[in-house]
Write a protein of this length. Structure first.
Length: 254
């Protein structure tokens, strides 16, 4: 079960955190993995790990917010069976202290980046007779979290785009789902703690860990396991769904 042999999988932001864990597990399950990543050095590290484990991987340096770059990369890859829209950036702030520039930046990467890759993938999947898409949403797509105005806007959009794409491409045999993690311990979390709570890193890490009723953050590999299921043929009956992976955050935080 859960084999991806013969499938071409594109993982955006596969140089770090959740995307890296997804790239590693997809390669282990037999996929030809294409890491689409802004940071070349990070992509090289993922490639080295996959190759050391005997997997098949190609890396593409690309800013997903740039449609010209995305189209060029998808053209070079040639076909796609699985797309994981994972590349994303964080922002801390409420409505009033979120600047226009911050809002635009979050939109460009988290929303337009996903749109660019969805658009490039869907036509190719249709030509091939089908495909599977997984988008990285978040608990903020579903519940209110303090000081996440722009980020929530972007992840709400991811959830809505997932439903829209799932609906429009049903007859093309393209499945589209999303996952909504609570906090996952990745450089993304470490980065925003360091940036937004300097000097209070340990205290904030502890505090954020405890906001999951289960008492800790997720591991990237735990999200990758769910991604593998949803992108495998075993999940062929699942489309237009969002899966929280949140240690009880959405339903048990009361
Ligand atoms: N870590 C969490 O707690 C958490 C929770 C819920 C959802 N998510 C979502 O999961 C996804 C991955 O998060 P992570 O924690 O692994 O982050 P991360 O920062 O560890 O990795 C993100 C990767 O995306 C790449 N990237 C950023 N901007 C890019 C761009 N414009 N073009 C191409 N690549 C780009 C980065 O270089 C990095 O390698 C994000 O969409 C994030 O919003 C994360």
């Amino acid at each position: 079960m859960f084999k991806l042999t013969g499938k071409k999988a594109i993982v955006t932001g596969g140089g770090s955190g959740i995307g890296k864990a997804i790239a590693l597990v997809f390669a282990r399950q037999g996929a030809e993995v294409h890491v689409v990543e802004l940071h070349e050095a990070a992509a090289y590290e993922t490639r080295a790990e996959i190759e050391a484990a005997g997997g098949l991987v190609f890396i593409h340096t690309c800013d997903v917010s740039r449609q010209d770059q995305v189209n060029k990369v998808f053209e070079a890859i040639g076909g796609v069976d699985i797309l994981v829209n994972n590349a994303g950036i964080a922002h801390v702030g409420n409505l009033e202290n979120t600047s226009e520039a911050d809002l635009d930046r979050i939109y460009q990467v988290n929303v337009k980046g996903a749109y660019n890759c969805l658009q490039a993938a869907v036509s190719r999947m249709r030509e091939q007779g089908g495909g599977t898409i997984l988008n990285l949403a978040s608990i903020v797509s579903h519940v209110g979290i303090p000081d996440r105005f722009a980020y929530s806007m972007s992840k709400g959009a991811i959830h809505a785009m997932t439903l829209s794409v799932a609906k429009d491409y049903l007859s093309d045999n393209i499945r589209c789902n999303s996952v909504s993690p609570a906090r996952v311990h990745t450089p993304f979390v470490d980065g925003f703690i360091a940036k937004n709570y300097p000097g209070k890193e340990d205290e904030m890490f502890e505090k954020l860990s405890k906001t999951q009723p289960i008492g800790r953050m997720a591991r990237p590999e735990e999200v990758a396991a769910l991604a593998l299921f949803l992108c495998s043929d075993e999940a062929a009956f699942i489309t237009g769904c969002d899966y929280p992976i949140d240690g009880g955050f959405i339903k048990l935080n009361n």
